[in-house]
Design a protein around this ligand. Structure first.
Ligand code: GRF
Length: 203
């Protein structure tokens, strides 16, 4: 068995969180390596980020498969072949199928750019969260990192950090402030999780 903890990062877009995870693995803060990047969008800039540092990138779209079973089997095989220990969702806009969650129970994590459960649920992702927060004139928003289970935005919260909202904020300005916190918090959580898994692998 491979002793190094291996991460798969799932993305759909720009991949700034992916970049922060790659950087913190490279400098040793996270005791793991990004072994695979999976994107639901072939045009996602995160795939370019992966390629630049020699990480394998795969485009995965369930619509490319004849049925759900074939899509699950393909992804499970891809994860197996890369000996993946942890799946980190970073701006991934698709649901992770139950077959994958059940195989990786407790090892699929997601970052949400808002406070859960208030600013979560179907349709409440990415920019929509920041728009809703500004519209509701909240004084605080935040970043939530949680285990992914079969229910959208539902699993155990691993970390949550508050971020202030100022009266003059636009959703874009707020998004930038929240992203900055995301880039520090996600590596912190992945460091802890990787340390736990590293211990299991060597015991
Ligand atoms: C982040 O705000 C993340 O919390 C959310 O989607 C955004 C992805 O940004 N799930 P990036 O692709 O990591 O730049």
């Amino acid at each position: 068995m491979n002793k190094q903890v291996r991460l798969a990062v799932f993305i759909s877009g720009s991949g700034t969180n992916l970049q922060s995870i790659i950087d913190r693995c490279a400098d040793g803060t996270i005791p793991a390596e990004v072994a695979l990047v999976v994107s639901s969008d072939p045009e996602a800039y995160g795939l370019v980020r992966a390629e630049k540092v020699g990480i394998e990138g795969a485009v995965y779209r369930r619509k490319d498969f004849p049925d759900g079973r074939a899509a699950d089997d393909y992804l499970l095989d891809l994860l197996d072949r890369h000996q993946i220990d942890i799946i980190a969702l970073a701006g991934y806009l698709k649901m992770v199928a139950p077959a994958i969650i059940s195989r990786y129970r407790g090892r699929v994590v997601n970052i949400h750019p808002g406070i859960l459960p208030k600013y979560g649920g179907k349709g409440m992702y990415g920019h929509f969260v920041h728009e809703a927060v500004v519209k509701a004139k909240e004084k605080e928003t935040g970043v939530t990192i949680h285990i992914v289970d079969e229910i959208y935005d539902h699993g155990t919260v691993l970390a949550c950090e508050k971020v202030p909202v100022f009266p003059e904020d636009t959703p874009d300005e707020l998004a930038q402030r929240v992203l900055k916190v995301e880039h520090a918090l996600y590596p912190r959580v992945l460091k802890e999780l990787s340390e736990e898994i590293a211990k299991e692998k060597t015991s």
